[in-house]
Design a protein around this ligand. Structure first.
Ligand code: MBD
Ligand code: FE
Length: 284
């Protein structure tokens, strides 16, 4: 963007928004954890840290760097980003161990509850001059036995062609590229949107500082986020990626699975791409 009066995207602003969103959508069962369980998990976590300090002879200088970095993560509001990038994939792996239906993956920090409801065939809210290749994303929601699920909902949210998410970056209309699509009575949906760009972890915050200090890259491959649900069935949270896109093979958040890679093809009229992807939900 060339307009010099527009606000710049900062790690602290997106971190603050992610922290606020997380607090408002917090899963209620996360609140009451059994004392014995807390004792076990925290004791083992600390024991792992003690072991690392001993084995690598961590110095006071390094301990102080860690302490000031941890303080900064909180001040930047980047705990949601840090946790979802580097830990959530294992929590998701454990949570979905016994599911038969479609693969899920991590939610990440940028989901917002209650995106506007849209009909079974819909265009996501977007700007008139929205950048990116047009994409028709369509499919059907069924049960594990193949029954079409009437009343299915497909919540979708994704970054724009600059890699920014509405509600977490400045200068974007509220709900841009977000919606809750209500499938038809056969579980079918047709969503018109644009292909997102890869996502770069903000380089100016504490997560960026860690990435720099460790010599890592800061990228996630381009992806669509989805939550798919239907009455009497388990909700799945997932993401879909684009075959051949940058960082599909080395996602910093380790959230890519082979089943989640789309291969869109050009539409007949030459305006953009289309792809079909069906979702299979386990019984609740
Ligand atoms: C993202 O867009 C995302 O999906 C995750 C998991 C982490 C950071 C940014
Ligand atoms: Fe994302």
């Amino acid at each position: 963007m060339t307009d010099t009066t527009t606000e710049q995207a900062t790690a602290a602003a997106s971190g603050a928004a992610a922290t606020e969103q997380f607090r408002s959508k917090q899963r209620s069962e996360a609140i009451d954890v059994d004392t014995k369980r807390v004792d076990t998990l925290v004791t083992e976590l600390l024991a792992s840290a003690h072991d690392i300090i001993r084995r690598h002879k961590v110095t006071y200088a390094e301990y102080d760097v860690l302490k000031s970095w941890l303080i900064q993560v909180g001040q930047d509001g980047e705990w949601p980003l840090f946790l979802d990038v580097w830990l959530e994939h294992v929590v998701e792996e454990v949570a979905s161990e016994n599911r038969e239906g479609s693969k899920g993956t991590i939610e990440g920090p940028y989901y917002v509850l209650d995106a506007p409801a849209l009909p079974a065939e819909a265009t996501l809210p977007m700007r008139e001059d929205e950048g990116g290749t047009p994409l028709l994303f369509q499919g059907q929601v069924t049960g594990v036995d193949g029954t079409p699920l009437s009343g299915a909902k497909v919540e979708i949210w994704h970054a724009d062609d600059d890699g920014y998410y509405s509600q977490f970056a400045p200068n974007l209309p509220e709900w841009n590229l977000r919606g809750t699509v209500v499938a038809d009575d056969q579980g079918n949906f047709k969503i018109h949107t644009v292909e997102p760009a890869p996502y770069q972890i903000p380089t100016d915050g504490s997560c960026g500082k860690l990435i720099d200090a460790a010599g890592w890259h800061a990228w996630r491959p381009a992806h669509l986020h989805l939550k798919v649900s239907a009455p009497g069935h388990q909700l799945i949270t997932t993401q879909l990626y684009f075959q051949g896109g940058s960082h599909v093979e080395d996602d910093i958040a380790q959230a890519v699975k082979p089943e989640l890679i789309l291969a869109p093809t050009p539409v007949a009229d030459g305006k953009g791409n289309e792809v079909t992807y069906d979702f299979v939900l386990d019984k609740a």
